[in-house]
Ligand binder design. Structure first.
Ligand SMILES: C[S@@+](CC[C@H](N)C(=O)[O-])C[C@H]1O[C@@H](n2cnc3c(N)ncnc32)[C@H](O)[C@@H]1O
Length: 304
């Protein structure tokens, strides 16, 4: 899915890290091959011991590597995002749900846009201020489905597939409602999300592999998604095996929602579709698209 294609498109092999929207998986990569690295593994294990379960999927051991250069942190990836958001922001202020380490919020603030954020992870949030522009970003620790921050916003945005981190329809609807509650009339809610990879599911199977990387000295990495098309839940699975045979298995839960379902969530929350693209370049969404960027406008009337 998004996580799969996302992984294929933006899987970043940087400084020994495989990174996707939901997690950062430590491995060593040399010229496209993985190598077992006992020292890195020891570091990771000691970091993981410090992880606070309240930070859920983005504890210290993930946050520590989230801002490594390249991939989703590359300037040519961030620039079009900030460009489009600042165009929608008008005079602001704007609010980012799940602001993370400020990958997008900080450069947006550096352009002079007033930015606030909501973030669940106490490991991710403090890193916002480390970036240029980040000092100006006010971050509230909390859940984006329920946390309210003061103010009325011209734009609320939720990027990098993070709506899928909410694993029930109720939670996703709550995020739409909370976004709408923060918007002034005529304000925008923007979501960037991957599209589920269901077209790659053969009949009778529920698993779509997205990466197999053999290590040069043995071991390797295998990534695959497992779909439950009834509940729309899926997991991204990351198996890393070192040359000595030791390894790790990370399994991260998500829920996919088609754009049409999101349109209904938006209507429930008093918004209607304004724009839909397949990416930040505003290209058309087609049946081959692997992601979408959708913008709803707060209209005031609701379905309820
Ligand atoms: C993939 S990261 C995206 C961070 C940032 N928006 C970016 O684009 O780099 C997902 C973030 O969502 C946060 N998150 C997940 N569920 C959340 C929730 N219910 N409320 C607030 N933040 C949440 C995680 O802690 C993590 O920082």
């Amino acid at each position: 899915m998004s996580r799969v294609d996302h992984c294929v498109d933006t899987f970043v092999l940087v400084s020994g890290i495989v990174k996707n929207s939901a997690a950062t998986i430590p491995i060593s990569v040399v010229s496209g091959h993985m190598e077992a690295d006992g020292i890195e593994r020891d570091n990771l294990e000691s970091q993981q011991r410090k992880d606070d379960p309240a930070d859920e999927w983005f504890p210290e051991s993930v946050a520590a590597d989230y801002d490594l250069p390249g991939g989703a942190n590359a300037p040519d990836v961030i620039e079009p995002v900030v460009e489009l958001l600042s165009g929608l922001a008008g005079n602001g202020p704007v609010l980012e749900f799940a602001v993370g380490t400020g990958r997008i919020a900080a450069p947006l603030a550096a352009r002079g846009v007033e930015v606030k954020g909501i973030e669940l992870s106490r490991a991710m949030a403090p890193r916002v201020v480390e970036k240029p522009g980040g000092n100006a970003v006010d971050v509230a620790i909390g859940d984006m489905t329920t946390t309210r921050v003061a103010g009325e916003f011209s734009l609320v945005y939720l990027v990098f597939n993070t709506i899928s981190n909410l694993t029930t329809q109720d939670e996703q609807v709550a995020a739409f409602c909370n976004a709408s509650a923060h918007l002034r009339p005529g304000g925008f809610f923007l979501i960037e999300d991957g599209l589920p990879d269901l077209r790659r599911l053969p009949p009778g199977q529920n698993t779509v592999p997205f990466s197999v990387l053999p290590g040069r000295e043995g071991g390797g990495y295998v990534g695959f998604d497992q779909y439950d098309v009834v509940t729309q839940r899926f997991t991204s699975n990351h198996v890393s095996v070192s040359a000595d045979g030791s390894g790790s298995f990370r399994r991260i839960p998500f829920r996919f929602a088609w754009p049409a379902e999101m349109d209904l969530m938006a209507r429930i929350a008093g918004m209607k579709l304004k724009h839909r693209w397949s990416g930040w370049d505003r290209s058309e969404l087609t049946e081959e698209s692997t992601s979408h960027v959708s913008v709803w406008v707060k209209s005031g009337s609701t379905l309820r």
